[in-house]
Design a binder for this molecule. Structure first.
Ligand SMILES: C[S@@+](CC[C@H](N)C(=O)[O-])C[C@H]1O[C@@H](n2cnc3c(N)ncnc32)[C@H](O)[C@@H]1O
Length: 267
């Protein structure tokens, strides 16, 4: 089979999603494939035959192919861990620009470890504590830190945000993209997002449970001296201003949505 024929086959099965699928499978763009009459190697066809049924059944491409682009990295991911989102790069950008020299930061709710990996990679002077309640998340965090040679500068720990913080190491800054979807939003999630872990998405009735808990714990555990950089939902800026008594700064992502909440100093 030629590349052109393969593309025709993919297009007839996946419709509009064919372009994205081809980029994952072949790392090539559509215009190139449409004029390519070279034969597709057997191993590529084999991978395609394994993947296409899963994609047709609605599984996200990132799970099927096992990775997702994030910041300047390619993050490994799979079923059971949140797929890294482009939106989250705004938090990474802010952390890379503003973390103090030699900072130790926590990546709480680390998921695939995408935030910690991108920040450690962008700021060679920093170290990280990566924490999550999910074993699958911690597995991927370890894998991604190792992939980029960052393991030596990170500690990975199983941790429940709503449990005790007594053993949580002292850090200079908390980075966190918590679950923040509200109960009513959870009912309207697109089908592909429903394939991602419920506990990575649901943030309590009003979506704010993790923000409240982490701010309170930071106040108690770090004696109120807080430097927290949260990712927030695009409709949550006012709620965060209220929760912090106005002591936060909100920044936008590249799509001009409110996306990052920065808390500095004493809460
Ligand atoms: C929105 S995801 C963020 C993942 C990753 N940081 C990212 O940006 O892609 C939230 C993460 O919170 C974790 N989580 C959920 N409940 C938790 C809890 N009680 N304590 C610690 N982590 C929790 C989930 O396992 C999930 O990995």
């Amino acid at each position: 089979m030629t590349y052109r024929q393969l593309y025709g086959q993919i297009k007839s099965r996946l419709g509009e999603d064919a372009g994205a699928y081809c980029r994952y499978l072949l790392d090539r763009s559509l215009p190139e494939l449409l004029i390519d009459d070279n034969k597709v190697p057997e191993d590529v066809l084999e991978e395609h035959n394994k993947a296409i049924g899963r994609v047709e059944a609605g599984e996200p491409l990132q799970y099927v192919f096992g990775h997702a682009p994030f910041y300047d990295l390619e993050i490994d991911c799979g079923p059971g861990v949140l797929i890294p989102r482009f939106d989250t790069e705004a938090l990474v950008e802010e952390a890379i620009k503003t973390l103090p020299q030699d900072a130790v930061f926590a990546d709480i709710c680390c998921g695939s470890g995408c935030i910690a990996a991108a920040v450690l990679n962008g700021r060679k002077d920093t170290r990280a504590v990566c924490a999550d309640i999910s074993d699958t998340a911690l597995y991927y965090t370890g894998k991604n830190l190792e992939k980029y040679g960052l393991t030596d500068r990170a500690k990975i720990m199983k941790f429940d945000v709503f449990g005790s913080w007594a053993d949580f190491p002292k850090v200079d800054c908390i980075l966190c993209n918590p679950p923040y979807i509200t109960a009513s939003e959870m009912k309207e999630l697109p089908e592909n997002v429903k394939k991602e872990p419920y506990e990575a998405l649901y943030g309590g009735e009003d979506g704010l449970d993790f923000y409240r808990r982490i701010m309170q714990a930071s106040k108690d555990h770090f004696k109120g001296a807080s430097h927290i950089i949260f990712e927030i939902g695009y409709r949550q800026a006012d709620a965060l201003r209220q929760l912090t008594g106005g002591k936060c700064e909100i920044k936008k992502d590249l799509s001009d949505n409110d996306r990052v909440c920065i808390i500095r100093g004493f809460l």
